[in-house]
Design a protein around this ligand. Structure first.
Ligand code: BGP
Length: 482
């Protein structure tokens, strides 16, 4: 067995194609706001008023996800690039509201079906395996307004109807299924993760955990349905992995780390992988006076339909202390600064050794095959006059993380695949910026949607292509020598 190397996008951040048939979804309503101290907060936690403004055609706001990076128009060209890279695997998501504009229709939009037929057909022609995320942060805004997002139990069956169509139409073409992207994001970013609107007093924690429970049940029901249909692919769960360190050896720092890790990192994966609520969750709910509506049938579903593999996004590690200390940003969370690590322009601490550590921690805890479903460096790239991008900083980043991933694999962790996030530049999920680029393929667009959206290969494109070629060569020799 060897590691499969891939690249990823997410429908809302990549496709654009804001055509008449596609319904408005939660990401389409998030405006671009110039980066100030609370811009990310403002664009990630929307209120009813902000939704109304997004629905107002006279709004002067720019909504970056409606363009994405125009993957809808550049699909064939991009998949050519993926084939030229030699990708084993492409991770992408299906836009729920492109297939079912309001999320409640009996029949899907034929325009949406035709688009995804083309995606699957092009990938099959290039023999690129598929890792399919059913829901990556974007849900039809109608479900948010009608049922309050995932806190409404009705979303389970609407999601199942959407999944059933995807299974029937394309299920035979998918190797890896992921019902929900970074399912623990619902805890940190309730609008993105579970479609909750921010009220005057913020969020009710009980709403957040009830919404997450409905996603757990939806995940289990999709797995149950797929197994009944004998689909060939395997099902995964996914968390944003934070890799915590105590700032000091003070026992209280370490104890706080245990509690933070439980609820922030393991909670969702424990339920999806082990099939039951962990002891510490019951204690957490009791302390917070949260009473979840969980039926016996829910518990039976969760127990009987656990995931086949586990996957993590890994961008940065975090530091925990009971005392006050300098802070820095991170994926979904703010962390205490780690004096031993450099950070990206966006403050995300760079920790390739932390990835190796995390792969061990995840495998030790779940004992299932592991996939890194996201990793990449968000950085400001410069397009030169002759359309080159010298992103040696991204090559260094990729080299260091891929080395640690291979070390974890040699340590005995069954790492099945490593998927580079944002293989082509896409709109940032946290900050709605184009400036924060991840791709090895550059897209000529700015934060306001200006630009040709033409694609250019970055220096990292050539590096990744060579890396994959050499990795395959070394391993195929190994296989021959076995
Ligand atoms: C993860 C999301 C991805 C991606 C990534 C990078 O949380 O699953 O969609 O966006 O974060 O974060 P950002 O785009 O905010 O830089």
């Amino acid at each position: 067995m060897k590691i499969l190397w891939g690249g990823a996008t997410a429908a809302s951040q990549y496709e654009g194609g804001f055509t008449l048939e596609k319904g408005l979804d939660t990401q389409d309503c998030r405006p671009y706001l110039p980066r100030t101290s609370n811009a990310t907060e403002e664009t990630r936690l929307l209120t009813r008023e902000k939704i109304e403004e997004a629905k107002n055609e006279a709004s002067k706001q720019y909504y970056p996800f409606r363009n994405g990076t125009k993957g809808f128009e550049h699909l064939e060209e991009d998949i050519e690039y993926f084939a030229e890279l030699g990708l084993d695997l492409y991770r992408f998501s299906i836009s729920w509201s492109r297939l079912f504009p309001k999320g409640i229709e009996e029949e899907p939009s034929q325009e949406g079906v035709a688009y995804y037929d083309k995606v699957f057909q092009l990938l099959a022609e290039k023999k690129i395996k598929i890792f399919l995320t059913l829901n990556h942060y974007a849900m039809p805004i109608y479900l948010v307004e009608q049922y309050g997002g995932w806190k409404g139990r009705e979303c389970i069956d609407h999601f199942l109807h959407f999944a059933a169509f995807v299974f029937e139409r394309w299920g035979h073409l998918v190797e890896y299924w992921l019902p929900f992207n970074e399912i623990n994001a619902g805890y940190f970013s309730p609008y993105n993760g579970v479609g909750l609107l921010k009220g005057e007093n913020g969020y009710q924690l009980s709403d957040v955990f009830q919404a997450l429970h409905h996603q757990f049940v939806a995940s289990a029901k999709t797995i149950q349905l797929a197994r009944k249909m004998n689909l060939p692919g395997r099902f995964g769960s996914m968390i944003a992995c934070f890799c915590y360190y105590p700032l000091t050896s003070k026992p209280e720092d370490n104890l706080k780390l245990v509690f933070e890790e439980q609820m922030n990192q393991w909670y969702c994966m424990d339920i999806l992988s082990k099939g039951e609520y962990p002891y510490y969750a019951e204690t957490f709910f009791k302390n917070k006076n949260i009473v979840l509506q969980i039926t016996e049938e829910d518990r039976k579903l969760l127990k009987e339909n656990t995931c086949d593999f586990v996957s993590i996004s890994f961008y940065t590690s975090s530091v925990i202390t009971v005392d006050e200390a300098d802070k820095t940003a991170g994926n979904l969370v703010v962390s205490t600064k780690n004096p031993y690590l450099k950070a990206s322009e966006w403050g995300w601490q760079i920790d390739p050794v932390g990835l190796r550590t995390s792969l061990h921690r995840v495998y030790e805890r779940y004992g299932k095959p592991v996939i890194v479903s996201e990793n990449g460096l968000g950085a400001r790239d410069v397009l030169t006059a002759n359309h080159q991008i010298h992103d040696d900083y991204r090559i260094e980043y990729m080299k260091s993380y891929y080395e640690q991933a291979q070390l974890a694999f040699e340590d005995g962790v069954p790492l099945e695949a490593f998927i580079a996030w944002g293989i082509v530049d896409i709109v940032s999920a946290g900050s709605c910026e184009m400036d924060k680029r991840y791709g090895v393929i550059y897209v000529d667009a700015d934060n306001h949607g200006n630009g040709s959206y033409a694609r250019y290969k970055k220096d990292s494109f050539y590096w990744y292509k060579e890396f994959i070629k050499n990795y395959k060569k070394e391993n195929s020799n190994e296989l021959l020598s076995v």
